[in-house]
Design a protein around this ligand. Structure first.
Ligand SMILES: *Cc1c(COP(=O)(O)O)cnc(C)c1O
Length: 399
């Protein structure tokens, strides 16, 4: 049997209680026990297979969690109400007062704001470092450092984290490597490259329908148990729990992820190559001009391609806005944050999803305000899309 990520989802066999081809949706906040003793054991974390209360876990959430764990090659997983719910639980579980984090400086705006502005309240400090500079990462590790935090492909600059090397550094210092794999589900398998914990915003590619937010933490049984501990688990006590109805719908969408990722990647590569040939400043990890192209090729699961996200620097924010409004009017996509939808989505990260990052920091990272981030959709005729986008670019004077 093939060990490829999508096939592992395919190979799961879940029945509903009446033999339905989809597992029944659990519709209960609390669960009965036949014996009082079992309730005590469950509280103490020893009663395998018993449900206690839906903030702890529910059958529907376990089905989705196990499918995501299969995809990410981890022992188990725990779904959350949002990507931020997953990420913040991990950070609060691993770090306490006086601890330190080494983070990539190019991460999702919400994660950046959490590390920069929120956790200092608990006396947790963070060094934001260029994730592609392995020496700088290692040099930033202090005796009180507890984790290296990064995104497999950074948002929005599309830098590639060398997870293998980062994992060696983390292991040498006995700290955890936590990787946000939201941009590259199936494409990159952080756990196989040495990551300790993989997190996702399910809101994006994995669910793919933009009808809910969701998140997941994939890791060892021991770590996930600790997150769910009734005594000191961040997921259990902070309570970012996903509703069962939602986890059932996300699970159904997850089953087509492999087909969608291939199409997102195929369409994005087509546009990236054509717009680069036209002379535009395109950043896409599948282009030979991308500085991490070779690294990406070394670590990716080839059949899923280079992903659905590309950026084009059109010079300044005025041009970016003009282009995005025109493309929306031409029905080429939506001017919206987020990614992984069937329609192309575009936004200017400098003024939206990365606006939490101070302007001077943005400049240091090379985040120009003329960058437009595209999450390329599932267009059936990408040549037609290319021609129509090209017309828009000509109209606003970029081509
Ligand atoms: C969207 C996103 C998040 C946050 O996820 P939510 O589901 O919106 O809470 C975290 N990381 C990355 C890379 C994202 O794109």
């Amino acid at each position: 049997m093939s060990n490829k990520p999508a096939n592992k989802i395919q190979d799961l066999q879940y029945f509903g209680e009446y033999g339905g081809v989809n597992p029944s949706i659990s519709d209960s906040a609390t669960f009965t026990f036949l014996h009082a003793k079992t309730m005590l054991d469950t509280f103490e974390g020893h009663a395998e297979g018993c449900y206690l209360y839906s903030r702890h876990t529910s059958p529907s959430n376990l089905y989705l969690s196990e499918a995501l764990a299969a995809m990410e090659f981890t022992e188990t997983a725990n779904v959350a109400a949002s990507g931020m719910g997953a990420i913040t639980s991990v950070i609060m579980q691993v770090c306490g007062a006086g601890d330190h984090i080494v983070s990539s400086r190019t991460i999702y705006g919400g994660s950046y704001a959490f590390l920069k502005n929120f956790v200092p309240k608990f006396n947790i400090s963070t060094s934001f470092i260029d994730i592609t500079d392995l020496k700088a990462i290692e040099d930033a590790i202090l005796p009180n450092t507890k984790m290296i935090y990064c995104e497999a492909i950074s948002n929005p600059l599309l830098e590639v984290a060398n997870i293998k090397e980062l994992s060696k550094i983390a292991k040498a210092h006995n700290i955890l490597l936590v990787v946000d794999n939201t941009f590259t589900p199936l494409i990159i398998s952080p756990q196989k490259l040495g990551a300790d914990i993989t997190v996702h915003s399910l809101t994006k590619f994995i669910n793919g329908t933009n009808d809910t937010v969701g998140g997941v933490v994939c890791g060892s049984q021991e770590f996930i148990d600790s997150l769910r501990s009734v005594n000191n688990g961040a997921a259990m006590l902070l309570g970012p729990v996903m509703d069962s109805l939602r986890s059932a719908s996300v699970l159904k969408n997850l089953r087509t992820l492999h087909i969608r990722m291939k199409k997102h990647s195929e369409n994005a590569l087509y546009l990236a190559e054509h717009f680069e040939n036209d002379g535009l400043k395109v950043v896409y990890p599948g282009l030979k001009s991308h500085k991490d192209y070779n690294l990406f090729k070394e670590i990716y699961n080839k059949e899923y391609g280079f992903g659905g996200i590309l950026t084009i620097d059109v010079g300044n924010i005025e041009k970016a806005n003009e282009l995005m409004e025109l493309m929306q009017n031409e029905n080429l996509g939506y001017l919206a944050v987020s990614l992984g939808f069937y329609k192309t989505l575009f936004s200017a990260p400098g003024t939206s999803t990365s606006s939490e990052i101070p302007e001077e920091e943005q400049q240091k990272m090379g985040l120009s305000d003329g960058i437009v981030r595209f999450s390329i959709g599932l267009d059936n005729d990408i040549e037609r899309t290319y021609r129509a986008m090209r017309m828009c670019m000509k109209k606003v004077g970029i081509l």
